[in-house]
Design a protein around this ligand. Structure first.
Ligand SMILES: Nc1ncnc2c1ncn2[C@@H]1O[C@H](COP(=O)(O)OP(=O)(O)OP(=O)(O)O)[C@@H](O)[C@H]1O
Ligand SMILES: [Mg+2]
Length: 281
């Protein structure tokens, strides 16, 4: 049985006109099993978003291989969902149409909408979309609003529903909560953890927030450089034992401190207090 996601000795070099080529990632190795929740941390510019785009198939490595179930899949497809940092809803479609657009287009294309069976299928998809909205804590009445009539947090929930309705095996989320207020952010963290537990979806979740990484991740990966001149690779790769979690969902104090210390040492260099204060922890 091949691994779900395998990055083999991956390197990425960007050529920017008028500049020397920039090697962002080098010798990156990572294997991810089905059902893992991988929280990805690392300093700004270390290549976290690049790694997500490689796994999504939106970008190809300059060297090495990115394998999904043992195959190179260099184009995005329905098995890999993606929630970018900035919500990317269609501004001219209602919430409902935003959510059903993906499966409708995949199943019927743009012209196939004239085919018999489209209306029935559309109704089914709408029912499903309502289900996701309920799960996200949105009202039925929100379904007919346009994105600019929603708060940032609500738009982000719709973007997540948009990704979930495709039932992807892999869900890639890039700092998906960083623009949310702390209350909404905590709600979304709980929701994502519940979804992970209920669906068995494999998550890769990029965050700068250590408490968030420790709360959500079954595993934490820190990307970074060994020295300012080198390229990024995996600096830390560790499991978060479920057995160490308390009723709050967080690891117990001892484990929390240990994990935080390791991530901080690798990635943050003394900014921990600030992050904890921000989180209210
Ligand atoms: N298309 C591109 N062309 C040239 N350079 C790029 C391109 N995409 C990313 N980079 C550079 O590659 C490096 C890694 O970028 P990336 O966006 O992956 O970092 P990141 O870890 O996600 O950072 P952040 O935490 O700020 O989001 C950065 O120095 C960035 O400027
Ligand atoms: Mg990024």
């Amino acid at each position: 049985m091949p691994e779900l996601i395998q990055l083999e000795n991956v390197g990425v070099i960007y050529n920017v006109h008028g500049h020397a080529p920039k090697q962002v990632l080098q010798g990156l190795n990572l294997t991810i099993q089905p059902g893992e929740f991988v929280a990805v941390c690392g300093q700004t510019g270390c290549g976290k978003s690049t790694m997500l785009r490689l796994i999504l198939g939106a970008e190809r490595p300059s060297s090495g291989r990115v394998l999904i179930e043992g195959c190179e899949r260099p184009r995005p497809d329905r098995h890999r969902g993606y929630v970018p940092q900035k919500y990317s809803l269609f501004p001219d479609k209602t919430v409902l149409d935003n959510i059903t657009f993906g499966p409708e287009t995949e199943e019927f294309g743009l012209i196939g909408r004239l085919r018999p069976g489209f209306r029935r299928r559309r109704e089914e998809l709408r029912e499903k979309a309502f289900g996701y909205l309920r799960q996200m804590g949105l009202q039925q009445s929100d379904a007919h609003k346009y994105p600019d009539q929603l708060s940032g947090g609500m738009q982000q929930r719709v973007a997540i529903a948009q990704a979930l309705i495709m039932r992807p095996a892999i869900l890639l989320m890039d700092e998906a909560f960083s623009a949310l207020d702390p209350g909404t952010r905590a709600d979304m963290q709980r929701l994502v953890r519940t979804l992970w537990q209920e669906t068995g979806t494999t998550f890769l979740f990029v965050t700068h927030n250590i408490p968030e990484a420790v709360y959500l991740g079954s595993r934490i990966v820190v990307l970074g450089k060994d020295s300012p001149e080198s390229s990024s690779r995996v600096l830390v790769d560790m499991e978060v034992p479920e057995s160490a979690r308390t009723a709050s969902g967080y690891p117990n104090r001892e484990e929390l401190e240990r994990l935080t210390r390791v991530i901080e040492d690798a990635a943050l260099g003394g900014r921990l207090e600030l992050e904890m204060a921000e989180f209210g922890g």
